[in-house]
Ligand binder design. Structure first.
Ligand code: BEZ
Length: 214
């Protein structure tokens, strides 16, 4: 199965370094970021784990949970987390799923046959408070992800969902409109009120306004 945007995240019970978790049920009412990585005790994955942990407080402030996975067992995960703590002085606080039999990675389409088909790719699935898949990213094993971009993606997605707006490229540092957001004018929007509402319309399809980040 390959996940698509707006799919319900498949119901599953997973064993993790922090105990048993039912997905997406146990995170009902919260967003979560599910990320797979190829293998424990590998350098790029280690940098990603440290990167996620360093940004964990920012995900916490948004009420967003992190949950990792690799095709290794719990003993390996625990040993790797211990190694990271002892050698890099970073305590990994988010749960890591045991997928030694690769069932979860295969169910979610995270094993790619044209890559190394014994490993999961670097996939990111962003799931909303209703258990719906809202964001998908995939990287090969060679390249580590930008955790800052994943955080930006979650923030932008939530702003887009709640305020019905469209965060632009590189939001909130867009080259043209800075931290403003684009939107589609509704029939009730009166262009004569644009100025008082802080709206700028460059045409009838390129319209932007201020919107506080959530
Ligand atoms: C790494 O995370 O460094 C890695 C993982 C699998 C294959 C190659 C590199």
């Amino acid at each position: 199965m390959k996940l698509s945007l707006r799919d319900r995240f498949p119901d599953m019970t997973v064993e993790t370094t922090k105990g048993t978790i039912r997905l997406p049920e146990d995170y009902k009412g919260k967003w979560f970021v599910f990320f797979s990585h190829p293998a424990d005790f590998t350098p790029v994955c280690t940098t990603e784990f440290v990167g996620f942990q360093k940004k964990k407080k920012e995900f916490d402030r948004l009420g967003v949970e992190l949950i990792g996975l690799s095709v290794d067992d719990l003993e390996s995960h625990h040993n790797w987390v211990k190694w990271i703590k002892e050698n890099l002085h970073v305590e990994i606080e988010f749960p890591i799923i045991d997928d030694a039999d690769r069932k979860i990675s295969e169910t979610l389409g995270m094993i790619h046959p044209n890559e190394d088909d014994t490993l999961a790719v670097r996939a990111v699935v962003i799931v909303d408070h209703n258990g719906k898949v809202r964001g998908l990213m995939e990287y090969p094993k060679e390249v580590g992800r930008s955790i800052g971009e994943i955080l930006r993606f979650v923030k932008a997605l939530r702003l887009a969902s709640v305020k019905k707006v469209f965060p632009p490229a590189n939001w909130p540092n867009n080259e043209l409109i800075g931290d403003k957001v684009l939107f589609h004018r509704g029939p009730e929007d009166d262009p004569a009120k644009d100025k008082e509402r802080g709206i700028t319309a460059l045409s009838d399809w390129f319209i932007y306004k201020n919107e506080e980040a959530l």
